[in-house]
Design a protein around this ligand. Structure first.
Ligand SMILES: Nc1ncnc2c1ncn2[C@@H]1O[C@H](COP(=O)(O)OP(=O)(O)OP(=O)(O)O)[C@@H](O)[C@H]1O
Ligand SMILES: [Mg+2]
Length: 577
């Protein structure tokens, strides 16, 4: 609730407008029955038509003013709720944007999507309801009770005496609903996750003939969700009848007792009809409050889910007092770096890694799959933080930079080629928004992507599907390389970025990179010896440890792990060199 109040207070103007609308509504809603009761009492036989006309005009004015005020209220509610949901979504997005890979993994992408979509929408629904009824219902209820007491005390006591039944029933129902609502939202997360996986893995699913398996899995999640929803709505369905039963009982008692009072001359017909009218207003306010109570547990669950995200401090913290800019030299040093994923208690993925890379050097990493090469690359731009030791760039610990400043120094091509929906040009400009057409053309030429872009009918304006799925693996890789080249940073990180290229393209690309990036620091992670054999320094990783450092020639002679990799890839002739 505190979260919602914080956002509500941003729009005090609209809240005031809402309050004005609500007050007018109450006066008029209760004003008309008061006028009606007066009319019935004073002029029941119709002998004073002038009085009736004045009364009718008064009632009409009440109705028109009421309508105008209602419109003002509706406008205020629409504005304030849509603005608040926009703010919540924007703030969530900005906050999530700062999450590290670890944080994403903890919550799961699907959950974060449900938070920004469904949970935020639930808050909007509840706010609309509470603003529509939050002021009106309690005020109307109080005024109705005051008027009821003024009409007849015994009747009023009977009516009010019955209401605790409703509160007790709603309290117990809502306790159950709260639990079910939490399960329901979790169920929605699962459905979203399954849907996402299904859509992104469509090709694999088809190739493995797993459509029916996936359909069954989805249907089962969907059924679980339906069961939870059914159970929840069944519980909620009790609330309305309880209201009706209690109010019908009140009405029966009031009419019976009221007629007795009338026959004894202790109550007028007008007063009884006014009383019944007020009872209906009280009922109406109760029903409005009932709707708020029905929605409240679900709102509470959605709010706490969103609050949990806001309460999560990203594990990679910005260093606001950090270095904003220093000289872009490109000197990189790992100083006894160790790392493990998660909270640091798991097995070490990198163990005591130390090396340096100077501008103009090509440093290559090779090692079997799972040896920690990608992990090592991810530590440099602080996608994860080291568990022990430190990484220095241009003499400064990466944690002592402001994140923007640090990442400006690094052009990173991740192992998994990631492109965005949009044109090729837009994707390339991701590297640097201010890049000119010549800059793009040069990057594309170096990345060996010119020929294939030129062959496309729309060239740079070719629209890429989500994730670049309308390109081949090698084309995607080349665009990712070009994007990194557009960024022009002093340190380049290529994480297995040449794996989907044929030997010739790979060779051409490396030749052009060596020419163009002669003064930068290049870190290349590769599986193929041919890709790295000319590197200034090759570092062999095995199970997170450095087991060899040297040039291709040196390692061929001295390093058993390297020899093994080399034997599996090179011919006898090549090995002999
Ligand atoms: N996000 C993660 N959370 C937990 N463990 C991870 C994560 N990413 C990788 N690992 C584990 O860390 C180890 C090193 O993985 P890494 O991706 O660095 O290997 P790699 O050398 O790049 O392998 P490959 O050549 O297959 O790309 C592996 O055992 C892997 O299971
Ligand atoms: Mg890897």
């Amino acid at each position: 609730m505190a979260l919602t109040i914080k956002y509500l207070l941003r729009y005090k103007r609209f809240l005031l407008l809402n309050l004005i609308g609500a007050f007018g509504f109450i006066v008029i809603e209760l004003g008309i029955p008061t006028l009606l009761a007066q009319g019935i009492s004073n002029n029941f036989d119709g002998r004073n038509p002038a009085y009736m006309t004045t009364l009718a005009v008064k009632m009409l004015i009440c109705a028109v003013v009421g309508l105008i005020l209602l419109l003002i209220m509706a406008y205020a509610i629409d504005r304030v709720t849509s603005l608040i949901v926009r703010d919540i979504r924007n703030d969530l997005f900005t906050h999530i944007q700062r999450f590290s890979a670890d944080d994403y993994e903890r919550f799961g992408v699907s959950r974060l999507i449900t938070n920004t979509g469904n949970d935020a929408y639930m808050i909007m629904q509840f706010l609309t309801l509470i603003l529509r009824t939050g002021f009106i219902a309690p005020l109307m209820l109080t005024s109705a009770f005051v008027l009821i007491f003024r009409q007849n005390v015994p009747l009023a006591l009977i009516s009010i005496g019955m209401t605790p039944i409703i509160f007790i029933a709603v309290y117990f129902i809502n306790k159950r609903v709260h639990r079910l609502s939490a399960k329901q939202q979790k169920g929605l997360d699962n459905i979203n996750q399954n849907m996402r996986e299904n859509l992104t893995g469509l090709r694999v699913i088809r190739a493995f003939n797993k459509e029916s398996f996936q359909t069954t899995r989805f249907a089962s999640l969907n059924t679980t969700y339906r069961h939870i929803s059914d159970e929840m709505y069944q519980k909620l369905a009790f609330i309305s009848p309880i209201f009706s039963v209690v109010f019908c009982t009140i009405l029966v008692l009031v009419i019976n007792l009221g007629s007795l009072y009338i026959s004894r001359g202790e109550l007028s017909v007008g007063s009884l009809s006014g009383f019944i009218e007020y009872i209906f207003h009280a009922l109406f306010s109760f029903l409005m409050l009932g709707n708020v109570l029905i929605l409240y547990p679900r709102f509470e669950v959605s709010t706490s889910r969103i609050q949990e995200i806001f309460n999560t401090t990203p594990t990679i913290l910005e260093n606001p007092d950090g270095v904003q800019s220093n000289e872009h030299i490109g000197h990189l040093a790992f100083d006894h770096v160790s790392f493990s994923y998660g909270d640091g208690s798991e097995e070490r993925v990198l163990d005591d890694i130390s090396f340096t890379a100077e501008p103009g050097q090509v440093i290559a990493f090779i090692g079997s799959t799972g040896s920690g090469k990608s992990t090592l690359a991810r530590l440099i731009p602080r996608l994860f933080d080291v568990s022990q030791g430190k990484i220095l760039i241009d003499g400064v610990d990466v944690r002592d930079y402001q994140l923007q400043a640090l990442r400006k120094k690094i052009s990173y091509v991740p192992q998994k080629a990631t492109l965005f929906a949009g044109t090729i040009r837009e994707n390339l400009l991701f590297g640097d928004q201010s890049a000119t057409d010549e800059d793009l053309a040069s990057a594309v030429e170096i990345a060996q992507a010119k020929a294939f872009i030129d062959s496309l009918p729309e060239k740079y304006d070719t629209v890429l599907a989500e994730g670049g799925s309308n390109l081949s693996g090698g084309q995607k890789q080349r665009l990712c390389i070009a994007r990194a080249l557009v960024k022009k940073a002093p340190i380049y990180l290529f994480d297995d970025s040449f794996s989907a290229l044929d030997y010739k393209t790979d060779a051409n690309l490396r030749r052009r990179l060596n020419q163009e990036l002669a003064t930068t620091t290049m870190i290349i992670v590769a599986q193929r010896i041919s890709t790295i054999r000319n590197a200034d320094k090759i570092i062999v990783l095995n199970e997170g440890q450095i087991v060899g450092t040297g040039t291709h020639r040196e390692l061929l002679i001295t390093n058993a792990v390297y020899q093994e990799i080399a034997k599996s890839q090179l011919t006898e002739e090549e090995l002999a060199i």
